[in-house]
Structure formats: C-alpha cells, structure tokens
Ligand binder design. Structure first.
Ligand code: UFG
Length: 339
C-alpha cells in the first residue's frame, strides 16, 4: 500500500518512514530539503533495508503538486509533516510561515480530493492549547489564541482540515498534537539536524555536552513549578513515529469514529528543565555546564498531556522513557560530530 510522506526526510518524518517500512508499507517521500538532508535517505535504507522512493519537490509550487498526484494516483494515505517550525523565525517572517504551512496544506487537500482513498494525517502541536488552565491537558481543553505565527499555522491548519472534512465526507483525517518530540533512532542512523544555534532544549544540551556550545542557558528559574523551571512532556521520536502508523491504520481500516479526529501525543509525564538536564547527566556520565537566566519570552509554565484518548481510542502509548530519549539524542550527537 503506497503512502505519501511529505517532509519525510525531516526529523519526525524520517522516523515515521522507518516505522511505515517496518510494517510493510510502500513509502513515497516528498521533501524540498530546506531543513533536511538527503543523507536521511541512506539512514532509512540502512535501518530498513528498503530505499523509499524520494522526489525533491516544493509543495508551494501548485503545478508540481498536481503533476505529482497525476503520477501517483494510487496513494492510499498521506502523512503531512512538511512545514516550517521555528517559533522565533515565524515572528520575524510570518508570511514565510503562512505560505509554507498553509498554502501547501491547501494544495495537498485539493489533490487528496481526486484520490480514490482519501486518508490524511496532519502534524499538529500542543501549542494550540497555549497555557492550558488545567493539567494534564485533555483534547477538550480550549484552543487558545496563538502565541506565534507558527502556532497560528497549526491552529488554522486544523480548521482547514476540519472544514474540509465537514463537506467532503469521503475524506478521513486525523490531527496529531505533539508535545515535545526529542531523541533519535537507537541505531543512530537518523536523528535531528538543527541548523545553526539550536532553539530547542535537547539539541542545545547535547551540543553543550559535546563542547560545541559553552553553556546552556536555562530560561527562568522562578516559575511556579517543583524546581522553578518550566515543565514539558518530552516524547521519544520513535514512540511518536509509531503513533502515526497506528493513526494511519485506523483510517485505512475504517475504524475512525468520525471523519475528522484529533489526539494528543505525549508521554503524560511532565519534566522540568532541570530534570531533563539530570537525565542527560545520567545517561552521558557528564556534568553539564548550565546557568539559570531570565525567562524566554513566549514560554508557558507547564504543559503535559492527558493521554487516555490516544491510549484507549488509538490504542497507542509511549514505551520509551526520558532517559531512553536522552541517551539516543546523545549517541546521535556523538555520531554526527565525530564524522
Ligand atoms: N529551554 C531552555 N534553554 C534552551 C532552550 C529551551 O531553558 O536553550 C527551555 C524552554 O524555556 C522550555 C523547555 O526548555 O521551558 C523546552 O523548550 P523547547 O524550545 O525545546 O520547546 P518548547 O516547549 O518551547 O517548544 C515546543 C515545540 C514548538 C512548539 C512549542 C509550543 O518545539 O514547536 O512547543 O509550546 F511551538
């Protein structure tokens, strides 16, 4: 069964391609390589012994998208990862984010309508909840006004899909709201490749651990949490990737309760920044140089998932721990820096 994975050479995309191929799906990857490398193709092939079909394609070029779907009208499902994802950059370049994340989604959905099997999985984010009033965060928590254009593209994306599903009953879609994906494949064949100075915690930790960065700044030590630092729900990227396969199978087997569904994907466990640092120190045997500095603008105090909907309805739950994720991220960092 042929599955299209857009952004399939990126961080979460590449791990999902591995899990799809492990389950015997035929994968076609579209990626514009704007924030990924063709080397991920070799990594995927090394892990699975199958080289997925890859086309370098810019989803913003509508005619190229149309041409692609003419050639691949036998696609049974689309998993749509391709998007820009840097929160800070989105504030500076909102139109880039609206074009990259919204126009591409519209083009894909227009083409999906022409397929005989119209199954669609969308990468969404816990950012849609903002600072939720209650923790853990259930799927019933209200969507809050977005803090950034990036976050807004995820909210608008969900609305576009929901509106489309209302009038196209033969389209089946699932939005997956990720908490904080981290880690790498345990084989160290694929992982995260942040360009420039990492904005996210775990790549910054591992780059500091390996000596590329002098010191990790911990943003804020005066939050109302157990140790004063922010709480997040870190989820191993391999667990996250497996959830996509489960969600896809739900659609392929017509097991969905309605033609638009959404699920939180998290571990259900909140960890502070200092706990994440301790996890790194445990798995690496290193002492991390860090300093508590001022809060970062836009950060919420705490977010972690209520996972029972994903556990009971989707039949998926995380199997790997924060230490597992940190260990794989550290092994990946060592591998790419020693190249
Ligand atoms: N942090 C630091 N120092 C750093 C980087 C991060 O202390 O150098 C802290 C942050 O303040 C936060 C935690 O580590 O408390 C996690 O920060 P990340 O940047 O790794 O993750 P965020 O939770 O801020 O961002 C994630 C996703 C975004 C999404 C956002 C919405 O990466 O895509 O959640 O809340 F938009």
């Amino acid at each position: 069964m042929k599955i299209l994975v857009t952004g399939g050479l990126g961080f979460i995309g590449s791990h999902t391609v591995v899990e799809l191929q492990n389950k015997g799906f035929e994968v076609v990857i579209i990626d514009d390589l704007s924030n990924s490398s063709e080397e991920a193709l070799d990594g995927i092939t090394a892990i699975t012994n199958v080289k997925p079909h890859f086309e370098k394609l810019d989803l913003k070029i509508k005619t190229d998208v149309q041409d692609f779907f003419k050639r691949h009208n036998d696609i049974a499902g689309v998993i749509h990862f391709a998007a820009s994802k840097a929160v800070g950059e989105s504030v500076l370049e909102p139109l880039k984010y609206y074009e990259n994340n919204i126009s591409t989604l519209v083009y894909l959905l227009q083409e999906l309508k022409g397929l005989s099997r119209k199954n669609f999985i969308f990468s969404s984010s816990c950012t849609v909840y903002g600072q939720a009033d209650e923790l853990p965060i259930t799927e019933n928590a209200p969507v809050k006004p977005a803090e950034s254009p990036y976050g807004n593209t995820k909210q608008i994306g969900e609305e576009i899909i929901s509106d489309t599903c209302k009038v196209n009953e033969d389209i089946n879609a699932i939005a997956l709201r990720y908490f904080n994906p981290i880690g790498a494949h345990p084989s160290t064949e694929i992982g995260e490749l942040p360009i420039g100075v990492p904005q996210n915690l775990v790549p910054y930790i591992t780059q500091t651990g390996i000596g590329m960065r002098e010191q990790l700044s911990v943003f804020g030590g005066d939050y109302l949490t157990s140790d004063g630092t922010c709480v997040r729900d870190y989820i191993h990227v391999v667990d996250l990737a497996k959830a996509h396969v489960v969600a896809l199978q739900r659609l392929l087997e017509n097991k969905n309760d309605s033609n638009y569904e959404f699920f939180n994907l998290g571990s259900g466990k909140g960890s502070t920044v200092l706990e994440a640092i301790q996890s790194f120190e445990r798995v690496s045997g290193k002492v991390l140089n860090y300093k508590i500095v001022d809060r970062r603008e836009g950060d919420i105090t705490a977010a972690y998932a209520e996972t029972s909907k994903a556990n009971n309805v989707l039949g998926w739950k995380t199997q790997l721990s924060l230490d597992d994720a940190m260990d794989s991220a550290w092994k990946w960092e060592q591998k790419i820096r020693n190249k």
